[in-house]
Each structure stands twice: as structure tokens, then as C-alpha cells.
Design a binder for this molecule. Structure first.
Ligand code: ADP
Ligand code: MG
Length: 240
């Protein structure tokens, strides 16, 4: 569904990504881990073209993206992203937040979008909050709205960048549960997270990034129980 080949990204003299190769198949859930500064966010941002790569090829659903010529807004609709901070529109209700992108970016029919938005809110457990403004929501509810907003674009892949890191501990579970439901429904997902229990339960594969290179790419069972990679073992000790 999404393939990255030899991705390089620098900021000035700082080489952040140094030749990343990764392939995620349809319906697969990949958890991406690594210490702070290893390039996880930069890599996700390259995958939906919030950052342009210096080198490398990204292919989405069989189509190689030309980051100079293609309509990147259209590609971003196919590769949704959920951030640590929810970035909801404060002056719009929950329902309007979810409806915004399909209306403005995809120019879809309003009646149809409204119907879809209600269905998605139901899926994330927020039907009763449709008419509420974001400042009336808990952090966990806000993040579920952010997920709903990403889903409203009907993406082929969803990227999550530490979606629970900004939440109070008691609100983490409700967000992870929504993500787990999406995974079980067959959504293709790449998730940056330190929630190792989620990774153990939900990930098909775990990828470990270190200083801009992939140092381990294993199925979850192998990663957590049989890794021999020293950096992986150090990391697991640190987050446990
Ligand atoms: P992670 O998400 O794994 O913590 P990041 O991808 O955010 O890592 O950052 C990797 C490195 O790239 C860090 O050294 C960070 O300071 C640097 N970096 C990220 N974004 C930018 C930017 N826009 N300009 C300059 N340096 C950046
Ligand atoms: Mg990050």
C-alpha cells in the first residue's frame, strides 16, 4: 500500500534520514519506534509530503509519487495523519471539524459528507458530541475527533505520530482502543508510539529507527521476544 525506497532527508547540514527502505502492505499495522531525535516524525512527514525528500522514491497504492509535479494535497488525502497535538479548528463544532476537509479539499456533496461524518463519529464513540466545540472536550475526545477528521478523507493509509503522548494517562486507553478497532477493520497504519502494550497487541510488525536508519524490522513476536539487536534491547528496557 505504501513503499519508501532509499529515503534521504536533511535539514541544512543535518542528515536526519539516511536511506530508509520500508514497505507496508494493505491492512498491515506497523509500529515505528526509536529514541527522540531518531527521525520518526520526519519520516512520517515525508510519507505524506509535509516534508519533501532529498532523495528516494515513495509509492502509494502502486503509484510512484513525483513530489515536484503531482498534486500533493490530493496525495495527502490518501495518506492521513494524526498528530500528537490535535490541531482541531476551535471555532467549528466537532461535526464541522470532521466535515471540513471532504467539503473543502474533495468538494464532496454536503448532505453526503454530513451523513458520513455522523457515521465516523459513531465509530470513534463521539456521536453525542457532534454539536459541541473542541474546548468542551477532554484530550482523549479531541484526539478521537482528530482521528475522525483523518478518516473522513477515506485515506488509504493512516499515519499516527505519538497520538497519545500529550494525553493524561487515564485518557490514553480510549484513543488506543479506537486505533485498535481501526486496525481490526483492516486499516493500513503506521504508528509512532511508546505504548509497547499497544505494539505487542496490535502491530503486525515493529520497525526500530536509530539515527536515521532502520536497525530492525521484525514481526512483533520476534521483535519483543527474540530480538538480538543491542539497541532494540536497550530501548525495550528503557520504555518498559
Ligand atoms: P523524532 O520524531 O524521532 O523525535 P524528528 O524527526 O522530530 O525525530 O527529528 C529528527 C532530527 O531532525 C532532530 O535532530 C530534529 O531537531 C531535526 N529536525 C526535525 N525537523 C526539523 C526542521 N524542520 N528543521 C531543522 N531540523 C529539524
Ligand atoms: Mg517525533
Amino acid at each position: 500500500m505504501i513503499k519508501a525506497e532509499n529515503i534521504h532527508k536533511s535539514f541544512g547540514d543535518l542528515k536526519v534520514l539516511k536511506g530508509i527502505d520500508m514497505e507496508v502492505h494493505r491492512g498491515e499495522v506497523v509500529v515505528l519506534i526509536g529514541v527522540s531525535g531518531s527521525g520518526k516524525s520526519t519520516f512520517l512527514r515525508c510519507l505524506n509530503f509535509l516534508e519533501l525528500t532529498n532523495e528516494g522514491v515513495i509509492t502509494i497504492d502502486g503509484k510512484q509519487v513525483n513530489q515536484k509535479k503531482d498534486n500533493l494535497a490530493k496525495i495527502r488525502a490518501e495518506v492521513g495523519m494524526v498528530f500528537q497535538h490535535f490541531n482541531l479548528f476551535p471555532h467549528k463544532t466537532v461535526l464541522e471539524n470532521v466535515m471540513e476537509a471532504p467539503l473543502m479539499v474533495k468538494k464532496m456533496d454536503k448532505v453526503q459528507v454530513k451523513k458520513m461524518a455522523h457515521e465516523i463519529l459513531k465509530k470513534v464513540g463521539l456521536s453525542e458530541k457532534a454539536a459541541v466545540y473542541p474546548n468542551k472536550l477532554s484530550g482523549g475526545q479531541k484526539q478521537r475527533v482528530a482521528i475522525a477528521r483523518a478518516l473522513a478523507m477515506e485515506p488509504k493509509v493512516l499515519l499516527f505520530d505519538e497520538p497519545t503522548s500529550a494525553l493524561d494517562p487515564e485518557l490514553v486507553g480510549e484513543v488506543l482502543q479506537v486505533m485498535q478497532n481501526l486496525a481490526e477493520e483492516g486499516m493500513t497504519m503506521i504508528v509512532v508510539t511508546h505504548e509497547m502494550k499497544f505494539a505487542k497487541n496490535v502491530a503486525d510488525r515493529v520497525i526500530m529507527l536509530d539515527e536515521g536508519v532502520i536497525i530492525e524490522d521484525s514481526d512483533a513476536e520476534t521483535f519483543f521476544n527474540h530480538s538480538t539487536n543491542e539497541r532494540t534491547l536497550q530501548f525495550l528496557e528503557m520504555v518498559d
